[in-house]
Design a protein around this ligand. Structure first.
Ligand SMILES: NC(=O)c1ccc[n+]([C@@H]2O[C@H](COP(=O)([O-])OP(=O)(O)OC[C@H]3O[C@@H](n4cnc5c(N)ncnc54)[C@H](O)[C@@H]3O)[C@@H](O)[C@H]2O)c1
Length: 280
């Protein structure tokens, strides 16, 4: 579906987009359908003792995401990128600029949401792992993308995938909530600093989406509440005014809007995509 013809040919880099069914993949598909030249990136390997292999976008999975988008007629390239490594971030952005003639859109989507524990049981190393990817990683990518966009002199769009946890508290998610609240703070500062260069910076705050990460969270919270996953999901549906959890397409649509000319005057916002749950 193409709704925003002005996005045709724009170069978009998306982090953490190497897992089929994830939000990053959904965003990549949508931006490719809008005609963007999409670069999907992901870490490709396990990093640190805190990261289960099941949560990693492997290089094979990343290549598959890119191949599926190309098979649908999109323009998509895969690059391995660990957002915690500043030299890699810098090199990946320089590579994109050299290969595609610039960078117009950065979507900071990489995130860790599986290290959930009560505060009194949370290890400092687990806290650091979550804050590292979700906040420091977003900062590093924003820093180098913004430098490239400023040098190009044609503006740009930065979209940070935050969460409902950027605005509300969820038990056992101290690091996750803190990182996502922080990401909204970074979004607001980015908007203030980069507006003069025609770069907008916004965040999207989705509620639950049953991606790989989302499915893990369902199991965790169901167990913590002593209910089945189905009972947990039924209660979730009941408290969401629009009656269903989010879908990757919902976040992808918000992202396409924020990258479009219709959002030319929107910056520093943290947009809820939560079926009304966040206001409930
Ligand atoms: N699923 C939800 O319910 C939900 C809701 C709100 C916000 N979010 C946010 O959306 C984003 C995507 O989540 P998802 O549900 O698609 O999960 P996901 O696990 O499918 O995607 C996260 C990706 O981040 C990657 N990643 C982890 N560490 C990395 C690093 N150092 N460098 C590069 N990539 C790294 C992983 O490999 C993975 O592919 C996350 O930021 C998450 O916090 C998810």
């Amino acid at each position: 579906m193409s709704r925003y013809p002005e996005l045709k040919g724009k170069v978009a880099l998306i982090t953490g987009a190497g897992r089929a069914g994830g939000l990053g993949e959904g965003i990549a598909r949508r931006l490719a359908a809008e005609g963007c030249r999409v670069v999907v990136t992901d870490i490709g390997h396990v990093r640190g003792a805190e990261m289960p292999a099941s949560a990693v976008g492997s290089n094979e999975a990343l290549e598959q995401v890119a191949a599926a988008i190309v098979a649908e007629g999109g323009d998509c390239t895969a690059i391995t990128l660990d957002v915690l490594e500043e030299a890699q971030v810098q090199a990946a952005i320089a590579d994109v600029v050299a290969r595609f003639g610039g960078l117009d859109i950065l979507v900071n989507n990489a995130g860790i949401g599986y290290l959930m524990k009560p505060i009194i049981e949370m290890e400092a190393s687990e806290w650091d792992a979550v804050l590292g990817v979700n906040l420091r990683g977003g900062f590093l990518c924003m820093k180098h993308a913004a430098k490239a966009m400023i040098a190009q002199g044609r503006g740009g769009r930065i979209v940070n995938i935050a969460s409902q946890a950027a605005k509300s508290a969820f038990p056992f998610a101290s690091a996750y909530c803190s990182s996502k609240h922080g990401l909204v703070g970074l979004t607001r500062v980015g908007a203030v600093e980069l507006g003069q260069h025609g770069i907008t910076v916004n965040a999207i705050c989705p509620n639950h989406v049953t991606t790989g990460l989302g499915a893990w969270q369902n199991e965790y919270f169901a167990k913590a509440q002593g209910v089945s996953v189905e009972e947990y999901l039924a209660a979730m549906r009941k408290r969401i005014p629009l009656g269903r959890p989010g879908l990757p397409d919902d976040t992808a649509a918000a992202c396409a809007f924020l990258c479009s000319d219709d959002a030319n005057y929107v910056t520093g916002e943290a947009m809820n995509v939560s079926g009304g749950e966040e206001n409930h």
